[in-house]
Design a protein around this ligand. Structure first.
Ligand code: GLY
Length: 311
């Protein structure tokens, strides 16, 4: 990103502990300390003071708390602002922006508690404007696809940009080569064009021929989770109420299985269901989701009550 001037957090990478320590001592908190390798979601520490950042660094590089994932660390400037997930289809040349979304990673209302695989999402973000969409496409998504081609690592498929809208502009936090979870559940219902046609155009390199259409309606999705999630949880509890929902409600089964009785559905995971509704406004979609979700029941079920609750 630095090489291609794609806006992102200022950062430096270190394989040597003493050099990383010196660098950290000269930063202004908060400082983000990241293990370079895969660390099962535990590799990023947002340190609010320099001593805390040094402690995190010592843990990763000296005590090897994350094993080889911590052989290299990235020390990054902390970005604050509004977070959003941007999506685009690309065949490596043409970049077609898809609708964007916001997700909720923490388990409890008010963004409290530990991180999860995602407790809900909504689309479009309440702060989304066509001007913001244009900035995202022109400064992040398109330059990234062009950069990858120039690096001789051309990319085609779905590009997901995890972005922060800061006071100093839009910055890229991360990229994924996939749709988001639980963003997929709220962006695909808004897609009017056949996804298969888009994907075939991605594969065949003729995405410039596709006229993609999306609904102007808002979409809200709330995840119902098992008691204890994201910690340990039990499964196998019967789910009731699935046949008592308004007919335009979508229910995505993430962690369920069929029971032995006809039509019976049992819990079979931490994040069990995502309940999704569309509406003319975010508020209307939200109201519909929560009116329906309360009809679905299983032992220990919990879900956030503040998904898409925007001022
Ligand atoms: N919602 C975050 C992700 O899919 O990575």
């Amino acid at each position: 990103m630095q090489k291609y001037a794609i806006p992102c957090a200022k950062s430096a990478t270190f394989s040597e502990y003493n050099q990383a320590k010196d660098y950290v001592k000269h930063q202004k908190p908060p400082v983000v300390v990241k293990a370079d390798g895969l660390a099962a979601g535990k590799g990023v520490i947002v340190a609010t003071s320099i001593p805390q950042a040094l402690e995190a660094l010592a843990g990763i590089m000296e005590s090897k708390t994350l094993g080889v994932a911590g052989n290299k660390v990235i020390i990054e400037e902390h970005l604050s602002g509004k977070e959003m997930s941007a999506f685009a289809f690309t065949d490596g040349k043409t970049v077609v922006p898809m609708v964007s979304a916001c997700d909720y990673k923490r388990v409890y209302d008010g963004d409290l508690g530990p991180n999860t695989g995602g407790m809900g999402s909504y689309s479009p973000p309440h702060f989304y404007t066509p001007e913001l969409g244009k900035i995202v496409s022109e400064t992040i998504m398109e330059p990234t696809v062009r950069a990858m081609a120039q690096e001789k690592r051309p990319y085609w498929g779905v590009l997901y940009g995890g972005l922060m809208i800061t006071g100093k502009g839009v910055k890229a936090l991360e990229f994924n080569a996939r749709f988001g979870d639980p963003e997929t559940q709220v962006i695909l219902p808004r897609l009017k064009t056949d996804l298969v046609d888009i994907m075939l155009a991605v594969i065949n390199g003729n995405l410039n021929q596709i006229k993609m259409e999306c609904s102007d309606e808002a979409c809200v999705g709330v995840v119902m989770a098992s008691a204890g999630y994201p910690g340990s949880y039990k499964t196998g509890f019967p789910i009731t109420g699935l046949d008592n929902l308004d007919k335009d409600i979508l229910v995505f089964h993430g962690g369920t299985k069929r029971g032995s009785e006809p039509g019976q559905v049992l819990t079979n995971g931490g994040r069990v269901l995502t309940v999704v509704a569309m509406g003319k406004t975010i508020a209307e979609a939200r109201e519909k989701v929560y009116a329906n979700i309360s009809r679905i029941k299983f032992e220990g079920c919990h879900y956030r009550k503040d998904i898409a609750l925007v001022e």
